[in-house]
Design a protein around this ligand. Structure first.
Ligand code: AHG
Ligand code: MN
Ligand code: MN
Length: 335
């Protein structure tokens, strides 16, 4: 029995603003279908031989799992099918993919991470899917750089799906954040988390602490702060880290606190952290801001960054407004 009885389709149809013309709602419905298909496959991945590696290395230099590639195909085919999308960027594709050679059809451009947290799939851990939708503005192939390499504040809609004990789809189209739980028995997403608001401050920090000695001093000092007792501040905070951003962010959204993937000291490969701007940081930043939280590099608002490359990485400090502000104070040298 659903708490509200409101399905995703009904909710999208009722929403106004950007969703009013129906196309964006149709696109979100198609993404929800993709998520149902991936959800089914995640559940039986071990039984159908999807857990292994393909032997390929993706544009990020990471080993590609069969589930990554298969899910990417599902996303690409389903988005193409809508005829609403002109061009896509995916973590699993080095180059952009234009559905229409001349780039005149399809009003939207979509960035996605088909399987987030795929290192956890082999141990039956939670994984997710992340998506970000923008409007196509220009015509022809030149539109792509101009439309995709835009600030996160220009996203029309964004969200994620978490394949946990239940499959949950969380999205924003700029009018609040809503979460829907998939009822597999009827194949419907039902509104389970209306108007999500992130607590102003939390009691949890979430970071890969194994990287501690690679961080610059201000990052280490911020973490030391959360780790040490402090009267009236709720410190020490608890540490929770799944290693699947979707999962860590879903907890952060509901319970508050801060999730971080900071850059490493020096000029090395991870000096800008690990997470990708277009299909990880921007969509999560949009969701978190819509829920009343904050998303930053430590020095700059994530949604204000003008991207320069499709797969660019960015340091990310995201979560409860007050907790993110504390880390920013360390970065500015005010603490
Ligand atoms: P992906 O599986 O899409 O490559 O993303 C993995 C990301 C993210 O989900 C998570 O927060 C982070 O990698 C974990 O990285 P570490 O193992 O370095 O902590
Ligand atoms: Mn990811
Ligand atoms: Mn991924």
């Amino acid at each position: 029995m659903s708490l509200t009885g409101i399905t995703l389709s009904r909710h999208l149809l009722d929403d106004q603003g950007e969703l009013a013309d129906g196309d964006l709602a149709a696109l979100l419905m198609q993404i929800s279908l993709v998520a149902r298909i991936i959800s089914r496959e995640v559940k039986r991945a071990a039984l159908v031989g999807m857990l292994g590696y393909t032997g390929e290395v993706n544009v990020q230099g990471e080993q590609v799992r069969q589930l990554d590639l298969w899910s990417n195909e599902v996303c690409v085919n389903a988005l193409k099918e809508t005829r609403l999308v002109c061009t896509v960027v995916s973590e699993e594709m080095e180059n952009l993919l234009h559905f229409d050679r001349n780039c005149v059809a399809g009003s939207y451009v979509v960035c996605f991470d088909p399987v987030d947290g795929s290192s956890n799939i082999g141990v039956n851990g939670t994984v997710g899917t992340i998506f970000s939708i923008r409007r196509r503005r220009g015509e022809g192939r030149e539109h792509a750089a101009a439309d995709l390499l835009r600030k996160g504040s220009e996203q029309l809609a964004a969200g994620y799906v978490m394949y946990g004990p239940s499959t949950i789809l969380v999205y924003t189209a700029g009018r609040g954040v809503y979460g829907f739980t998939l009822d597999e028995s009827i194949g419907e997403y039902l509104l389970s988390h209306p108007n999500i608001a992130i607590p102003r401050r939390g009691k949890i920090y979430s970071v890969n602490l194994g990287n501690y000695h690679r961080w610059p001093e201000q990052t280490r000092r911020a973490i030391d702060y959360f780790n040490s007792p402090g009267k009236g501040t709720g410190r020490p905070y608890s540490l929770r880290y799944v290693g699947t951003m979707v999962s860590d962010m879903h907890r952060t959204l509901l319970e508050g606190g801060v999730f971080m993937y900071p850059g490493e000291a020096g000029e090395g490969k991870k000096s800008r952290g690990k997470l990708r701007l277009l299909y990880e940081a921007q969509p999560m930043g949009y969701v978190v801001e819509q829920a009343g939280g904050r998303a930053s590099t430590g020095l700059e608002r994530i949604l204000d960054i003008e991207p320069s490359e499709y797969h660019q990485r960015v340091p990310l400090i995201i979560g409860s407004a007050d907790d993110v502000a504390i880390v920013e104070e360390f970065y500015r040298g005010e603490r």
